[in-house]
Design a protein around this ligand. Sequence first.
Ligand SMILES: [Zn+2]
Length: 259
Amino acid sequence: MLPTAKGFYRPKRTQRSAFACKVATPNEDALRVCPIPGCGREPQARAGRGLSLFHCRYHVQHRNRHGSLWKGTYPASELQPYRRAAESFLKANPSAPEIVAALSALHDLQYWAGPEQRMVDVLTMPPKRKARAFFARLRANEVPPSRLLAIHLAVTAAVAEDTIGPGGEPAEYRLVQIAKAAHRTASGGTSGGVTYRYARSTGLVLRHIGEALDDACGPVAKAHLDAILRLKAERHRLWLQAHRADHLGIGRRLGGKGV
Ligand SMILES: [Zn+2]
């Protein structure tokens, strides 16, 4: 370590090896067992396989991928009713000022994201640049801003109605889920007859993508989330009515044949 005007300067390589040493050294101050019910593994720090004093490696990785220590990612089918309601709402209110501003911000996010990057280069980028590369990819894939806004509103509405809860930091889970749902719109494709797929999204890049989308779309959710939830409930009620009517119709037809 070298003394400088502002204190001590530690060369980068030394910083890295000190960090690696800290990660690999078992820490007796950590909890004895990961507190997630039914887990029973040692926390990362106690096992000398990471920094978390509380949770095991498996659950820390789960949080990196899904935004929650134990709750998984919403499947597309679970988000679908919220997304349809959001799309209907956006169609019915195209000139609401929050919506106009959000669509413009989403357009800018893609427009200023820089050139499209090669898949192999993206792998080694730091998380912030990976997030920019993701928005450049959305632009190349011509993903419309309205689709991203509908995704943001759908996930925000699903989290708001989720009776199980987010299993940790609510804001973190919501942002990661927004990013993951957006990631599904441009996770791969076909080029020259060859199908390709970008690496599974995880870690900080998801937080950066989620934050950028939330900055653009947050005011719409703040102003209109209740209306979207009411619309979703109304659509569900109509669907149930139609389903019941269909069911009765089939019953009547079967009855007519003397079954
Ligand atoms: Zn655990």
